[in-house]
Ligand binder design. Structure first.
Ligand code: IMP
Ligand code: MG
Length: 185
């Protein structure tokens, strides 16, 4: 993507370049491959934010894994969580006894992933771990520990590599901080 793109002009800084994302995702894929030796994990992508990270990550995991997709209601045109988590699309198959990895783009308040963890644990997953590209620990309102994350970031609203503001910027190949001018009017 051209750096003159209008999408780039709305960023105040670049947090992670394409190369940094590629290296971090490759390292994470190696870790998961080692940790799940002899297993066939079920990787669950949380739409839509995790889609870009997920498709890169699964290709860095050398295991006979399977994939599933779930969708959770998101912020809409806001940078602050509504506090309400709603399932928009459920899994297609049961997960009883499976080694499940939930893959999301970012953990902010922790509400989304704690809801998903509770829901999939209740369905009898054999094991369940949380994977996220980005973690904003300073924003947590519910206690939640992420098992695998690529980067811990400060409290800023970021976009790109799947992460959106009002459904835009998901196709930016890097992660950047969105200019507050875009969402404070
Ligand atoms: P949580 O339930 O508050 O942890 O929110 C997690 C969800 O909020 C993520 O899956 C994202 O969709 C969205 N989110 C949180 N922070 C950001 C951000 O900085 N940029 C874009 N989306 C975000
Ligand atoms: Mg989102």
């Amino acid at each position: 993507m051209n750096q003159d793109s209008p999408l780039f002009k709305d960023l105040t800084s670049i947090l992670y370049t394409e190369a940094e994302l590629r290296d971090a995702v490759a390292a994470l894929g190696k870790r998961i491959t080692l940790d799940y030796q002899g297993k066939a994990p079920l990787m669950v992508c949380i739409l839509k934010g995790a889609s870009v990270f997920f498709t890169d990550l699964i290709r860095q995991i050398d295991l006979p894994l399977e994939i599933e997709f779930m969708a959770i209601s998101s912020y809409g045109a806001s940078t602050v969580s509504s506090g309400e988590v709603r399932m928009v699309k459920d899994l297609d198959r049961p997960i009883l006894g499976r080694d499940v990895l939930i893959v999301d783009d970012i953990v902010d308040s922790g509400m989304t992933l704690s809801f998903l963890k509770r829901t999939l644990t209740n369905r009898g997953a054999g094991s369940l771990r949380l994977v996220t590209l980005l973690d904003k620990p300073s924003r947590r309102t519910v206690p939640l520990t992420v098992d695998y994350s690529c980067f811990q970031i400060p409290d800023a609203f970021v976009v790109g590599y799947g992460l959106d503001y009002d459904e835009k910027y998901r196709n930016l190949p890097l992660v950047g901080v969105l200019d507050p001018k875009v969402y404070t009017k």
